[in-house]
Structure formats: structure tokens, C-alpha cells
Design a protein around this ligand. Structure first.
Ligand SMILES: [Zn+2]
Ligand SMILES: [Zn+2]
Length: 153
């Protein structure tokens, strides 16, 4: 499943306040959030009935609670809240490779767990990089070819 593509601006003053008052928050909240910061919804693609969710801060507490920005709607119609949410307990165990991947979302999140969600932006960037590399290699080949005309007109 692909990742949701919703993006929104972090409400700066509210985020600062939440970071400053939360248990296990950053020592210096202004370092943790920028005035013009945007977050991507990290959930798997979902419909309007579920809120979008962007992770803001991992709390330094024993009971694993993170600060999330949850929102629905866009622009002037956006409704948002900042909330401390427990981690999703789901774990993906791959016996063959002996790897354990924990879900990066919050408990009772909508849709599939994070390990079932692929990031289209990351794939897009990877595809672009591969394309660039192919282009550079092709240019190198062309420059080294004896029949490449190098005559100014
Ligand atoms: Zn979303
Ligand atoms: Zn999960």
C-alpha cells in the first residue's frame, strides 16, 4: 500500500507549547520544530473518514508515547489536534532474516501498519537518482565515442 500524500503545516505556537509541556519532551523545544515546518501524513493511503497523522516527537519516557499532529481537511477547512499517543504494538518478525520491525504508528491507527506502507516520495526520489545515473553514464559514453562531433558552428 502507498503512503498517504497529504501534507500540512505544523501549528508552530501550539507545537511549541505541547513540546514544552509534554512528559519526556525536548530540552529545548524551539530546536525540535521550525516556524515553517510541514509534515507528511505517514499513514497508508486512506479516505476522508480517517484523520491524517504526522509524527512530531518521540517522548523520552518508559511507556513510549509520541506527539502526533492529527488533522483532516485542507487550507482554511483544516481541523487539527496535537495528541500524545501510545505506540502501535504491532511487530513484523521475519524469521528468515531474523529481523524485527516495529510499527512506527500509534495504537489503533487506521489502515495497515507502517511496515506495509511504502513511501511514494522515497520511490520517486530513488527512481530519479537512478535516471540521473543512467544519464551521466550515457553522456560519458557519448563523449568517449570517436564519432561524437565536437565542431563549433
Ligand atoms: Zn493521510
Ligand atoms: Zn501499526
Amino acid at each position: 500500500m502507498l503512503q498517504c500524500t497529504a501534507v500540512t503545516q505544523v501549528p508552530y505556537a501550539e507545537a511549541l507549547l505541547a513540546l514544552a509541556t509534554m512528559e519526556g519532551g525536548p530540552e529545548h523545544p524551539p530546536d525540535a520544530v521550525e516556524p515553517e515546518e510541514f509534515v507528511l501524513c505517514e499513514l497508508g493511503d486512506h479516505d476522508e473518514s480517517a484523520e491524517h497523522a504526522g509524527h512530531l516527537w518521540t517522548a523520552d519516557t518508559p511507556d513510549d508515547q509520541d506527539l502526533w499532529l492529527l488533522w483532516s481537511g485542507t487550507g482554511a477547512h483544516r481541523v487539527h489536534r496535537l495528541d500524545m499517543l501510545r505506540l502501535c504494538p504491532a511487530v513484523l518478525r521475519e524469521l528468515a532474516t531474523r529481523t524485527v520491525t516495529t510499527c512506527a504508528f500509534f495504537d489503533h491507527h487506521p489502515g495497515p501498519h507502517s511496515f506495509s506502507v511504502t513511501d511514494p516520495l522515497g520511490d520517486l526520489i530513488a527512481a530519479h537518482v537512478h535516471g540521473e545515473v543512467r544519464r551521466l553514464v550515457a553522456e560519458d559514453d557519448a563523449a568517449g565515442a570517436p564519432d561524437a562531433p565536437d565542431v563549433p558552428d
